[in-house]
Design a protein around this ligand. Sequence first.
Ligand SMILES: Nc1ncnc2c1ncn2[C@@H]1O[C@H](COP(=O)(O)OP(=O)(O)O)[C@@H](O)[C@H]1O
Ligand SMILES: [Mg+2]
Length: 208
Amino acid sequence: MTRGRFITLEGGEGVGKSTQLRSLAAAIEACGIDVVATREPGGSVGAEAIRGLLMEGSDDRWDARSEALLFAAARADHVVRTIRPALERGSWVLCDRFVDSSRAYQGGGGGITDQDILALHGFGSRGLLPDRTFLLTLDAERATERLSVRDASGADRMGSKPADYQARLAARFAEMAASEPDRWRVIDASGAPQEVTAAIIANLKPWL
Ligand SMILES: Nc1ncnc2c1ncn2[C@@H]1O[C@H](COP(=O)(O)OP(=O)(O)O)[C@@H](O)[C@H]1O
Ligand SMILES: [Mg+2]
């Protein structure tokens, strides 16, 4: 029994991660591979409970350090209860956001460094990293357009941040991708959904 592949999708809000996760799961299952499609924060009973604490309430509900710890705790539960067992039984795990989102969103602000986030990840999740991470890139205007269609009813605590924040976030994701080129692939997410899926699947072909 070979271990399954662990694949994550990263990028800002509205680039199409959740859309791609669904079509990728279907495409990989069509190759006869069992797929577990999951997301962060959440993906296990305990982590979904923590998700509620993170996503609901006012912007200042959590101090930056408390928030980083809650994300790390949710991820630890997700890894031990859902991700590792799936990989060990040979399933592929597709995850909508993972530790790199914590590095991009919680790291580098509020006095929290990338090393801090990776230290929490080392303790909580024993440092588990994806086999492949796809960074979906889309210019901020198009992402905002997609979000305005999707979120007519308003965003959650993690949504709607100012434009300079979005630009810093995009730069941070690009920097992480460049610094670990074996793991990351940058995917242009501006095309139609099926074009984006095809680009990702083409990249995964050697493993399928
Ligand atoms: N390639 C695409 N072209 C046009 N619209 C898209 C595309 N991918 C996703 N969408 C739409 O844009 C919105 C945001 O997509 P979503 O998958 O929820 O993004 P994310 O999970 O990255 O925030 C959704 O309404 C979705 O249907
Ligand atoms: Mg999403």
